[in-house]
Design a protein around this ligand. Structure first.
Ligand SMILES: NC(=O)c1ccc[n+]([C@@H]2O[C@H](COP(=O)([O-])OP(=O)(O)OC[C@H]3O[C@@H](n4cnc5c(N)ncnc54)[C@H](OP(=O)(O)O)[C@@H]3O)[C@@H](O)[C@H]2O)c1
Length: 292
């Protein structure tokens, strides 16, 4: 492979599930891969397995809890220090919390990890991504979106429900995708959101979100649910297919655009979440792209 074809790709949540399947696929293609994980030991184990399976040594590990703004800032600084270019960023990490809990900055954790983490990381890496154009950002979303309650993003007024909190934070991925696509027009950087389908994973497992019921369902019906390796193709298509060169601001599933929930198409709502997110993560004005 020539150096021109050798891309640098970052995948968050790269030690398990879909993220690991993506890191493995890119490593197999001979790409330079940055794996962002939250746990050094789990990350190292996954990295060792990927290196052993592909013989690609060019796999770097970065450790950060995406729910901690301080850790995201530190990881972004390390990434910028070590990588001259970022051709593809895949915001894949995600989780669910059985009970309402707060991030170190005092933000409800589903929102902090699933929306604000990728928002902040992308913002901090954006100049490097722009200077690597043509470049792509792919956000991994879900269809389990629930309405964004702008008056109560933190679940202080409503009774906390795990799936609704997960769904609200994941709707943030769509708001973010559409607003960022608008702001990146003309830069050569595209951003799309991919629904990978339902697949077997450890989603929320580390954070205690998989109760006895779901574990039993998994044991009984797990065989019928696709593996992360199987669904990874959808994200890989969005990240590298020539067909999607220049295509931005789309919500995709299996290689085709799908209709997003109405709230995510509301430009005022997209802008509103952007402004709130900027304030919550404290990005300096020169670190976020200006409003078009
Ligand atoms: N599974 C499905 O059916 C499904 C359907 C639609 C969309 N998705 C989306 O697919 C993406 C990948 O999920 P998955 O199913 O592959 O689950 P998974 O196996 O649990 O992988 C999620 C990854 O995110 C990491 N992560 C969780 N919290 C984090 C944090 N605070 N900071 C940094 N990393 C963190 C996890 O790290 P640990 O290993 O340390 O926990 C793990 O590496 C998620 O965005 C999810 O919303 C999944």
């Amino acid at each position: 492979m020539t150096d021109a074809n050798r891309k640098t790709i970052f995948v968050t949540g790269a030690n398990s599930g879909l993220g690991k399947a993506l890191a493995l696929a890119f490593a197999r293609d001979g790409m330079r891969v940055g794996m962002l994980v939250r746990d050094q030991a789990r990350g190292q184990k996954a990295r060792d397995e990927i290196v052993a399976a592909t013989d690609n040594q060019d796999i770097d590990l970065f450790v950060a809890d995406l729910g901690s703004q301080q850790e995201v800032r530190r990881a972004a600084a390390e990434i910028l220090d070590r990588f001259e270019r970022i051709d593809i960023l895949i915001n894949n990490a995600g989780t669910a919390y059985a009970r309402r809990c707060m991030s170190p900055e005092g933000i409800e954790r589903s929102l902090a990890v699933n929306h604000l983490g990728p928002f902040q990381l992308t913002g901090l890496l954006l100049d490097r991504i722009k200077s690597s154009a043509p470049a792509r950002i792919v956000n991994v979303g879900t269809k389990m979106n629930t309405a964004m309650d702008f008056e109560d993003l933190d679940w202080t007024r409503r009774r906390y429900r795990m799936m609704q909190a997960y769904g609200q934070s994941k709707l943030g991925n769509l708001h973010f995708t559409f607003e960022l696509a608008r702001r990146l027009e003309g830069t050569g950087v595209t951003v799309n959101c991919v629904f990978p389908g339902v697949f077997r994973s450890n989603l929320g497992g580390t954070d205690g979100a998989q109760g006895v019921f779901w574990k039993a369902v998994d044991r009984l019906l797990g065989w019928a649910i696709p593996t992360p390796e199987k669904v990874a193709e959808r994200v890989l298509h969005a990240a590298r297919s020539i067909d999607l060169a220049g295509i931005t601001g789309e919500y995709l599933d299996d290689r085709r655009p799908i209709k997003p929930p109405a709230q995510a198409l509301d430009r005022d709502a997209n802008r509103r979440l952007w402004t709130i997110s900027e304030r919550l993560v404290g990005l300096a004005p020169d670190q976020v792209p200006p409003t078009a």
